[in-house]
Design a protein around this ligand. Structure first.
Ligand code: GLC
Length: 513
């Protein structure tokens, strides 16, 4: 069961620290996002995912939540977020918040109570061993921090203790089964957080580390999946339009667990890295790199097509331009290469996500780590709006910015690209418009590969359309069922000749009636 509004959804991911600073304090805020909703709409994006914007000590950029129901003061107040939902809805834009169900900040009140020596209602909200010297039995743990005689299990950084959803098969006295009343209470507490924001108008959640709930789960993640199915049942009853997208990167499992969408992430096993980020060797061998010596789109398609065949009837695979954990695609690709890569990503099935700034080709910057970002920080720098102070991001002094803006003379900006018909931005807008105009390019229209051999362009079918991309610097030909079709969208030189396509260097085409 999926949400009908997802069929034509294109998401825009916003890192709230870095999008638009409306009050001039150097960091982005909710009011800034509201100001830019028309811009987002002009791109053709009709849904947002906002990274965590809740009260937090920001040791992991907000993925360490201190209060799930309170907007972090640096972004504004809860009323600002409610207003964002309202204004976005008036403009036909849906808003997903980021739900972090696997862990909290070590400063969350639940954790403070859980660490007290005297047992209380929160003692089992986190996973504690029974003695200060007892380890986590293979799970990461920390001791010596609280009064309670025990160590506790971590989900990610040291500042992120794991919430207790129980163990699939407990083997130690301190491990609760997943159906223990205290493990069920954790689940209810997260449902309560979801109800709170959905009740105030949000449209669903991106779910952080969605597969991390039940510990020592099996390969099928059956314990964790059962929890998500239970949560989906609650949503179906109370908020049937609410959408969930998982950070899982295993659509066969995630979509069966009840998620509407699952991200295809830049992990070693998805093949996705081979499209735009295959540069961990002396040469850039990414599929969309013009001079890649050994490109092969099968490295991606072999995984994708297996997932697609298994899940097309269940929900959506979400292809991304990038995200806040991933190196910006501009790191390895120039503007032309990005156009071809986006043309492919945004004409595939499922529900795609554009990461803020990728539409203008923002660079990955070499900046010191910020709030636990480490190598991810370079993808989290401020949005570049225009040629003014701080490239239009903020009126604060440059030294007070959350992160620096791109210092390059030719730093890409929205303003510079908006009136240039050949810019990446104009291309992205045209591409999104085409997707909205043609049902055959949207989430549900069937996909099939047509040709992809070495020395051939990649030719694929979406519904009644035939698409082809040639990322190389040479003219390539392939047989393609294009008799009676004409180019309805093209980049570069394309010639249809009977049942064949000749694609000039770095070209893309959509052939339709
Ligand atoms: C996810 C987030 C990442 C965060 C981690 C811990 O992977 O995308 O940014 O650091 O979870 O919450």
């Amino acid at each position: 069961m999926t949400r009908p509004w997802l069929k034509d959804a294109v998401f825009y991911e916003i890192y709230p620290q870095s999008f638009c600073d409306a009050n001039g304090d150097g960091i982005g805020d909710i009011a800034g996002i509201i100001e830019k909703l028309d811009y987002i709409k002009s791109l053709g994006c009709n849904a947002l995912w906002i990274n965590p914007c809740f009260d937090s000590p920001f040791r992991d950029a907000g993925y360490d939540v201190r209060d799930y129901k309170k907007v972090a003061p640096r972004y504004g107040a809860n009323e600002d977020l409610y207003r964002l939902f309202e204004v976005a809805h008036e403009k036909g834009i849906r808003v997903l918040l980021d739900l972090v169900p696997g862990h909290t900040s070590e400063e969350h009140e639940w954790f403070t109570r859980s660490g007290e020596a005297k047992p209380n209602a929160y003692s089992n909200r986190y996973i504690w061993t029974n003695h200060w010297w007892q380890g986590g039995n293979g799970l990461p743990y920390v001791g010596g921090e609280r009064e309670r005689d025990g160590t506790y299990i971590l989900n990610f950084f040291k500042c992120q203790p794991a919430l207790n959803y129980g163990f699939l098969n407990p083997t130690e006295p301190w491990q609760l089964p997943a159906d223990h009343p205290d493990a069920l209470a954790t689940r209810e507490a997260i449902k309560d957080v979801m109800r709170f924001w959905l009740g105030h108008g949000c449209d669903g959640f991106r779910v952080d580390m969605a597969d991390s709930l039940v510990k020592r789960d099996d390969a099928q993640k059956s314990g964790t999946s059962a929890i998500w199915r239970d949560i989906r049942a609650m949503l179906d009853k109370e908020f049937p339009q609410a959408a969930l997208v998982s950070e899982w990167s295993n659509p066969p499992l995630a979509l069966r667990a009840g998620f509407d969408m699952d991200f295809c992430l830049n992990n070693w096993d998805t093949g996705y890295a081979s499209l735009m980020r295959d540069y961990d060797q002396p040469v850039n061998n990414s599929y969309f790199k013009k001079d890649a010596p050994h490109r092969d789109i099968r490295r991606f398609l072999d995984v994708y097509e297996k997932w697609y065949a298994d899940t097309a009837a269940l929900g959506y695979i979400s292809l991304i331009s990038c995200n806040h954990d991933t190196t910006r695609p501009r790191f390895g690709l120039d503007a032309r290469e990005l156009k071809l890569a986006y043309a492919f990503l945004f004409t595939m099935p499922g529900v795609p996500f554009l990461y803020y700034g990728d539409e203008i080709g923002m660079r990955f910057l070499d900046v010191p780590t910020k709030e636990g970002g480490y190598t991810r920080t370079g993808s989290r720098t401020p949005m570049q709006w225009n040629g003014g102070k701080n490239l239009g991001f903020s009126t604060a002094d440059a030294k007070d910015l959350y992160l620096p803006v791109d210092p390059a003379e030719d730093a890409p900006t929205v303003e510079a690209q908006a009136n240039d018909p050949d810019s990446l931005l104009s291309f992205v807008k045209a591409l999104m418009k085409l997707r909205h105009d043609r049902e055959d390019l949207q989430a549900d229209a069937p996909y099939a590969p047509l040709s992809e051999g070495p020395g051939e362009p990649f030719v694929y079918r979406r519904g009644r359309l035939v698409l082809a991309v040639n990322p190389t610097g040479q003219t390539l030909r392939a047989p393609a069922p294009v008799t009676g079709l004409r180019p309805i969208f093209a980049l570069g030189e394309v010639n249809a000749d009977g049942d064949a396509l000749a694609m000039g260097p770095q070209a893309f085409v959509v052939m339709g009636e």
